[in-house]
Design a protein around this ligand. Structure first.
Ligand code: AMP
Ligand code: GLY
Length: 428
C-alpha cells in the first residue's frame, strides 16, 4: 500500500514510524513533512491545508490511504474533499471535526446529552460575559475562545481584572481572529488531567492506552501554555475503575450524541479529561491524535496500525482486537529557547545520527530541517525523545539520558516530566 500522511510535526513523524512497521506498507509520503520525517518517508511539497493539492497528488500517485493528522485541515473539510474524489481517508469529516474546532458546539453537545463537563455559559458580547462573571463572583474563572487558537485560546483568570483583560484580548482585540467572536465562560475544575485517545468508526469505540501531557512551558507547571512539553503513558491516575466510568458516562455517550446530531465521527477522538472530586469530566475534545500524546501512545501499539485504520474507514472496528505493550513510555520535548514566544530557527542540532536518531530512545522530529547530512532547528518544538521501560521511572530515566546526548544552542526542555506521577505510579 501507498500511504500519504498530511502534516509536519512530531505527531506525524510518530504516525509514520508506526506505519513503517506494517508489512502492508510499501511506500509512505508526507505532505509537507520535515527534516526528520524525510529520513523515514518521501516528503512532497504540498501544504497541509491544500485540500485540492492533496487530492490531486493522491489520485496521480494511486495513494491507497490519506491520513489527515492535524486539526486545521480536518476542520476545513479535507476528508470530505478526499472522499468526494474517491480517495480513502482517515479522519473525521468537517461536520464532525467541529467537536474540536468549536468549543461552543462541544459544550452545547455535552449539555444536551448530559456528558459531564464544567458548568458554562456562551457569550457573543464581552459586557454580558463580564456581568455574568461578576454575578457569579467565583475565581479562578476560565475564559475560552470558541474556535481553534493553537492551544492558546484558554485563559484562567484569577480575579476580576484578569477576566476583563481576557475578554478584551479575545473578543475586542481579536487576538485569535474570528475564533474569538464567541467565548465560553466556565467553572474552574481541579484534579489530575488525563488524555485518552480512542479509535472510533462511528459505531464502536476502542480507547487507546491513557497518557498525560505537560502543557506549561516550564517546570512545576509554570510559564505559558504550549502545544505540549512532554508526556507519559500510562497515566497513573487513570485506574480501571475511572476508565469504566469514562466509558459509560463520556466515551460511548459522545459517539452516540454525534450520531444523533447526524455528525458521525470516524477517526481518532481525543478526550481531554479532568478527574475531579465529583468524577471525571471533559475539559476538551480533539478530533485527532494529540501531540505529544501520540509520541507515547502509538509506540505501545502492537496491532498492525494499517489494519486499525482500514477498519475505522470501513466501519469494521468491532472485528479488530487491539493489543498494547505493558511497558510504560515517556516523551521529553526539546524546544527552541523562547518558545512559545519568539525563538530562533536554523540552529544545528548535535548528537543525532544520519537518520536523526540517538541510541536508547526514539527521536520524533517536530520542527527540524535536514540539509547536507545535518539537522537544524526549524520550529518551536524541535524534537520529542521517547523511551520505554518496565516502569515509568525506567522510561523517564532512559528518555532523559538520551536528551543528554543531544544538544543545540538555547535548547529548552522540562526536567520534571512525569515527576509528580512517580509518587502515584502503581508500577514504579
Ligand atoms: P483546553 O485547550 O480546553 O484543553 O485548555 C487548556 C488547558 O487549560 C487544559 O489542559 C487545562 O489545564 C486548563 N483548563 C481548561 N479548562 C479548564 C477548567 N474548566 N478548569 C480548570 N482548568 C482548565
Ligand atoms: N497535546 C495536546 C493537544 O494535542 O492538543
Amino acid at each position: 500500500m501507498k500511504i500519504l500522511v498530511v502534516g509536519s510535526g512530531g505527531r506525524e513523524h510518530t504516525i509514520i514510524r508506526k506505519l513503517k512497521e506494517s508489512p502492508k506498507v510499501d511506500k509512505i509520503y508526507a505532505a509537507p513533512g520535515n527534516g526528520g520525517i524525510s529520513r523515514d518517508a518521501e516528503c512532497v511539497n504540498i501544504g497541509a491545508m491544500d485540500k485540492e493539492g492533496i487530492a490531486k497528488f493522491a489520485k496521480e500517485n494511486a495513494i491507497d490511504i490519506v491520513f489527515v493528522a492535524p486539526d486545521d485541515p480536518l476542520a476545513d473539510g479535507m476528508v470530505d474533499t478526499l472522499t468526494e474524489n474517491g480517495i480513502r481517508a482517515f479522519g473525521p469529516c468537517a461536520n464532525a471535526a467541529v467537536i474540536e474546532s468549536s468549543k461552543v458546539f462541544s459544550k452545547n453537545l455535552m449539555k444536551k446529552y448530559n456528558i459531564p463537563t464544567a458548568e458554562y455559559e456562551v457569550f457573543d458580547d464581552p459586557t454580558k460575559a463580564m456581568e455574568y462573571i461578576e454575578k457569579k463572583g467565583k475565581y479562578p474563572v476560565v475564559v475560552k475562545a470558541d474556535g481553534l487558537a493553537l492551544g492558546k485560546g484558554v485563559i484562567i483568570a484569577q480575579n476580576h481584572d484578569e477576566a476583563r483583560a481576557a475578554l478584551k484580548e479575545i473578543m475586542e482585540d481579536k487576538k485569535f481572529g474570528k475564533s474569538g467572536n464567541n467565548v465560553v465562560v466556565e467553572e474552574f475544575l481541579t484534579g489530575p488531567e488525563v488524555s485518552v485517545l480512542a479509535f472510533t468508526d462511528g459505531k464502536t469505540l476502542k480507547p487507546m492506552v491513557s497518557s498525560k501531557d505537560h502543557k506549561r512551558a516550564y517546570d512545576n507547571d509554570e510559564g505559558l501554555n504550549t502545544g505540549g512539553m512532554g508526556t507519559i503513558s500510562p497515566n497513573p491516575y487513570y485506574t480501571d475503575e475511572i476508565a469504566e466510568i469514562c466509558r459509560k458516562t463520556i466515551f460511548e455517550p459522545t459517539v452516540a450524541a454525534m450520531n444523533s446530531e447526524n455528525r458521525t465521527f470516524k477517526g481518532c477522538l481525543y478526550f481531554g479529561l479532568m478527574i475531579t472530586p465529583d468524577g471525571p469530566k471533559v475539559i476538551e475534545y480533539n478530533a485527532r491524535f494529540g501531540d505529544p500524546e501520540a509520541q507515547v501512545v502509538l509506540p505501545r501499539l502492537k496491532t498492525d496500525f494499517v489494519d486499525i485504520i482500514e477498519a475505522v474507514i470501513d466501519g469494521r472496528l468491532d472485528e479488530i482486537n487491539i493489543e498494547w505493550s505493558e511497558e510504560a513510555t515517556a516523551c521529553v520535548v526539546m524546544a527552541s529557547g523562547g518558545y512559545p514566544l519568539a525563538y530562533k530557527k536554523g540552529i544545528e542540532i548535535k548528537g543525532l545520527d544520519d537518520n536523526g536518531q540517538v541510541d536508547g530512545a526514539v527521536v520524533y522530529h517536530a520542527g527540524t530541517k535536514y540539509e547536507n547530512g545535518k539537522f537544524y532547528t526549524n520550529g518551536g518544538r524541535v524534537i520529542g525523545i521517547t523511551a520505554s521501560g518496565k516502569t515509568l521511572d525506567e522510561a523517564l530515566n532512559k528518555a532523559y539520558a538520551a536528551v543528554q546526548r543531544i544538544s543545540f544552542e538555547n535548547a529548552h526542555y522540562r526536567k520534571d516530566i512525569g515527576r509528580q506521577h512517580r509518587a502515584v505510579a502503581p508500577n514504579s
